[in-house]
Design a protein around this ligand. Structure first.
Ligand code: MOS
Length: 731
């Protein structure tokens, strides 16, 4: 189904099932520990052996030789494959780092060997007996140093963009120079790791030429293609199966060494191999969010209108890598006639930088929204009001492109009322609660809404059960439930009559889970398949004209037939893909929020406690308010992590992330998050898809860090521009 015009009325608008705060249909499996996660799939294939990955102990250089004598002689060892046993594997389309093969070392903990043994303990013990002779070279590990010579990255819009390296509108320098009020600040965000609960894990089995990977992966079709490229085999011979994912956060968008080495180990051992990357390996072996250095300049006139705005961001990555696109929201969020956007990319020898939890906007908003607070402070204008004055209903770089929906002002206004913003003292460091200094901060929330083609298959059987099959994934987001709601709504059934099967590469190719595009696109794919199924049902039942599907009945022209009757003569199967024309080229689709935070800072120790958080979100139709709220409060929690805790410590001598486990990489716990509230504005976006929905998960993160930094400033008068805001920066 091609969707290239605004959606008219359709069965989803009835909102009998869609739009209800429905419990997760997979909730019981998860809370009883019976959902089959990759490493626990003991039953999918017999005779599983265990793999263990050895990571490089140097960050750059070469391997001269391995001494495997002791490891080979260790109990239970079935096979050892080292990186010298094969040429460097081709990179997949989504890979930046090389995953295995050859003598060259690109980054610390690059996979250099796999040991396969009868038990996990034997594999791990034997791995420790491998001796490696390295030739170490000097590497580039310090972003601040490399930033000085980092070249401009061609096309600030990111991959595939034809935009010039520096995007300009009007005359930024002239307007900034002339502005009576100016902010010119530099902000830094650190390297961060996804820290998802479930490690990267795969069980690999070969059946002749055919490889099956039971794995944990957000983007099944991408990864099927890439694993085929990595291993030099036909994608026809690769199957991925990933029905449950214990958190991805972007770290499982791409196939990583667990999948590739499990496949290589299984071939060598002639046994299925089960492999999980150990927690200490994950931080340096997989991907991370790269650190940024961001300079923002805002020039405004006295009445609070932005006249000039510039955002430049520098980050680092391995050769052929991409920058963290921290500038992207600044292209769209606020009005202003004179603009400048640029990114610089330093080539570095740290592990691969790639997508993590709202890549681009998450760290970008942590800078922009503090710069906005600084400008408002200088102007003596309330920061809510300053943002409202600089709202725009069209793309400020291209006024012909209007936002399909943009309710930022309404988010800010409702949020301010709800949060009690009028009680905020605009003068910092005035409010005392015992030993605590208390302050409030606000930030806008912004994240784009991306349209991705997405397919699904739906079946109707003679019992009246509808089964949905798509390679879409559920990374803890609630996909199972919203797809079931969609099919139930379309076919006029209660949700209990719908079965959803996900994550198998034998199913139709979906949008996958990433960039908050999963919900709107994958439900739209199910919608498209259901439209076809409805046609088949009507045809089978001989119903014409206006056919209504409600309460398990199909009605037309005064006749009413049970839906199940349509499949008595044999199952009905329909498959379709939602595809988008040029809608998002002529319209800008984005999601908006206002984030409010109250923070308290211990006047003596500098300890920072977030006391209250509120997010008001405008993100199209909310398909399942309960699941959406869970997404947003989870994202807000990540915002607390980013603002106050999360930081990979770089060892700048040896080039690795030191705090590579959950004991030393701090993330918020329940005690850090006393109170969160989420409000969704009533919105449908007829431009987004027949579902009229948009993404919401990452929106919940983008802006939170800035709101916290602004609250800390309001509490203390201290402006911290280097994240995370740890207590030492307040003393
Ligand atoms: Mo998200 S970082 O695109 O999985």
């Amino acid at each position: 189904m091609k969707f290239d015009t605004p959606a008219g009325a359709n069965p989803i608008d009835r909102m009998k099932v869609v739009g209800k705060p429905t419990d997760r249909i997979d909730g019981k499996l998860k809370t009883t520990g019976t959902a089959p996660y990759a490493y626990e799939r003991h039953d999918v294939v017999p005779n599983q052996a265990y793999g263990y990955v050895l990571g490089s102990a140097i960050a750059k250089g070469r391997i001269n030789r391995f001494d495997l004598a002791e490891a080979k002689a260790a109990p239970g060892v079935l096979a050892i494959v080292t990186t010298l046993d094969m040429p460097r594997l081709k990179r997949g389309q989504q890979n930046i780092a090389y995953l295995f093969g050859g003598a060259a070392i690109q980054h610390y903990h690059q996979a250099i060997a796999i040991v396969v043994a009868e038990t996990f303990e034997q594999a791990r013990a034997a791995t420790a007996l491998i001796r490696v002779d390295y030739a170490r070279e000097r590497g580039r590990f310090d972003l601040a140093t490399e930033a000085k010579t980092a070249p401009l990255f061609g096309g600030s819009s990111g991959e595939g963009s034809s935009a010039p390296p520096i995007e300009r509108v009007g005359n930024f320098e002239g307007a900034f120079e002339a502005a009576p009020v100016k902010v010119d600040s530099v902000y830094t965000t650190p390297d961060e790791t996804h820290a998802m609960m479930e490690p990267h894990a795969t069980i690999a089995a070969w059946e002749g030429e055919k490889l099956t990977l039971w794995t944990s992966n957000q983007m099944i079709a991408w990864s099927k293609g890439d694993v085929a490229i990595n291993l030099g085999i036909s994608p026809k011979n690769v199957r991925l199966d990933s029905p449950f994912i214990g958190g991805g956060f972007g770290g499982k968008l791409f196939v990583r060494s667990d999948a590739v080495l499990a496949a290589i180990g299984a071939k060598a051992a002639k046994r299925p191999v089960k492999l999980a990357l150990s927690r200490p390996i994950i931080a340096n072996n997989t991907t991370h969010r790269p650190a940024t250095i961001q300079r923002i300049r805002i020039g405004a006139n006295r009445d609070g209108k932005i006249t000039a705005i510039a955002h430049e961001s520098t980050s680092g990555n391995l050769p052929d890598g991409k920058p963290e696109t921290a500038v992207s929201q600044t292209k769209l969020l606020y009005a202003g006639e004179n603009r400048l956007i640029a990114m610089r990319l330093a080539e570095m020898d740290l592990p691969e930088g790639n997508a993590m939890r709202a890549p681009g906007e998450a760290p970008g908003m942590m800078a922009l929204e503090v710069a906005m607070d600084e400008a408002a402070e200088q102007l003596g204008i309330d920061p809510v009001e300053f943002r409202i004055r600089n709202d725009t209903q069209f793309d400020p770089e291209d006024p012909k492109r209007r936002f399909s929906q943009r309710q930022l002002v309404e988010c800010l206004r409702q949020g301010a009322t709800r949060f009690g913003w009028s009680r905020r003292n605009p003068k910092p460091a005035q409010i005392r609660d015992g030993r605590w200094l208390v302050g409030m901060g606000v930030a806008a929330g912004f994240r784009n809404n991306l349209l991705m083609k997405s397919a699904a298959r739906v079946r109707l059987d003679g019992r009246g059960i509808v089964t949905v099959e798509t390679d879409m994934t559920d990374i803890g987001t609630g996909t199972y439930t919203i797809l079931a709601q969609t099919a139930a709504e379309m076919m006029g059934l209660p949700i209990e009559r719908v079965v959803v099967k996900l994550g198998d590469s034998d199913f139709p190719v979906s949008a996958g889970s990433g960039g908050q595009w999963g919900a709107n696109n994958s439900t739209a794919g199910v919608y498209a398949a259901c439209v076809k199924l409805r046609e088949q049902v009507a045809q089978r039942l001989g119903l014409t004209g206006d056919v209504d599907f409600t309460d398990g009945q199909v009605r037309a022209g005064g006749r009413s037939v049970a839906l199940a009757d349509a499949a008595r003569g044999g199952e009905l199967v329909a498959e379709d893909t939602i595809e988008y024309g040029d809608l998002d080229k002529t319209q800008q689709q984005s999601t908006f929020a206002a984030h409010f935070v109250e923070a308290a800072v211990d006047a003596f120790t500098g300890e920072i406690r977030v006391r209250r958080m509120l997010a008001v979100c405008a993100a199209g139709r909310i398909l399942n308010p309960k699941a959406a709220r869970s997404q947003v409060i989870g994202a807000m929690t990540m915002g607390v992590g980013a603002a106050l805790m999360e930081e990979l410590a770089v060892d700048k001598r040896f080039g690795f992330f030191v705090n590579h486990d959950l004991a030393t990489y701090e993330v918020p716990v329940h005690a850090d998050i006393p109170y969160q509230e989420v409000i969704f504005l009533d919105e449908v976006d007829p431009m987004s898809s027949p579902m009229k929905a948009k993404g919401v998960g990452e929106l919940g993160l983008c802006g939170v860090g800035g709101a916290i930094a602004n609250a800390v400033h309001n509490a203390t008068g201290i402006r911290v521009r280097n994240y995370p805001i740890t207590l030492d920066k307040l003393l």
